[in-house]
Design a protein around this ligand. Sequence first.
Ligand code: ZN
Length: 438
Amino acid sequence: MSYQRYWNESIETMPREELEAYQTEQLKEHLKYAYEHSPYYKQSFDESGVKPEDFKVLSDLSKFPFINKQIERDAQISKPLLGTLTAVPEEDVVFVSASSGSTGVPTLSPFTKTDFDEFQDIQSRLFWAAGMRPHDRYVHALNFTLFVGGPDVIGAQNLGALCIWAGTIPSERLLYILQEFQPTVIWTTPSYAWYLGETAKKQGINPATDLAINKIIVAGEPGGSIEATRKAIEDLWDAEVYDFYGISDIYGACAGMCSARNGLHIAEDQIYVEVIDPVTLEPVKDGQRGELVLTTLRKQARPMIRFRTGDIAIFNKEKCECGRTHGRIQVVGRLDDMLIVSGVNIFPSDIEFIVRNIKELNGEYRVYAISENFTTKFKVEVEKHADVTITNEELSEKVSHNIKARLGVRPKEVVILEEGALPRATHKAKRFIDLREQ
Ligand SMILES: [Zn+2]
């Protein structure tokens, strides 16, 4: 059976100028809406001396103040339950997700009925772009408890796929589902996709031949956009890996890979993207790394105007070979996980890229930030394959050399461990450990 090529062709392939004109019109309304309905934006715009009418062209958005997770949390605490950022009465809210974050009070993300439907339509669009079709059987292996990714399964259902609401269950039960139902698509994190495949093998199940999975959607860690990591998971499963990016403060998934798998198309009809230097707060040049700042264009329950995500990414606005015009992001890591060593920005994902391309290593790794004489250094732990013939010293030097060659700085130490020495992640891998004194 042949299907249409795009989920929503007119939106997804809209010429860039039309798309930007559309964003401009949406933003004019959205800024006005936020100012008139959200107590927080009224106060914040007034304090910054800006009015919604000051926005005429897209670059005018830079006149408006940023918000961040801390502001979001404070606004929530100041007026329970949903906080002063919220722009609708509670009776209009039909869904909230909560993100625990690393510290303090979980932040709630509210949706009206319309917000929720539009959110799910984006999920359908991203699933479609990743190649999911109504004949697929999809197993949703994400957490359902308060997590914004939980309801994403509805987007797959609206697309017409047969959906299996697995959630985060023990691996043995999930493997049982994969064997019994023979689903074709699964969504999980990259580290769990790897762990699950390895666990299957230990139980005598070959994920490549005994299971029907031909697409793995991953999110939550940079691995899905690191080619060598993707390739390792793909070989293990004999399946294609598609990276998605989501953020609970905005939507579940906001961006996802198409068949070209060169960056993640972000839903630019719903989200306006800026990339800034996290220190100067000025926009970076096109194609350069910077902090991703997102603005909702239509979300009624809680508009997000210039939300600093803390994610470091590259944004590419060139039209993709798939025909879609919406720009593509590539997230390289969390600002919190960024190490500055001798003036060079280093992310765990940079180390992952290197480690995955050394054949003596199995791809597991950890990066430690350490301080020595008030200077930041880093140490890397890796695992070698059981059958490696070179010595640990030689292997350590090889890793160190490759890191220096790619990043321009040498790690203080590379520790070679036996296979299985590092703790395995079931869901989100802890790859970065900060041992510096505060
Ligand atoms: Zn594309």
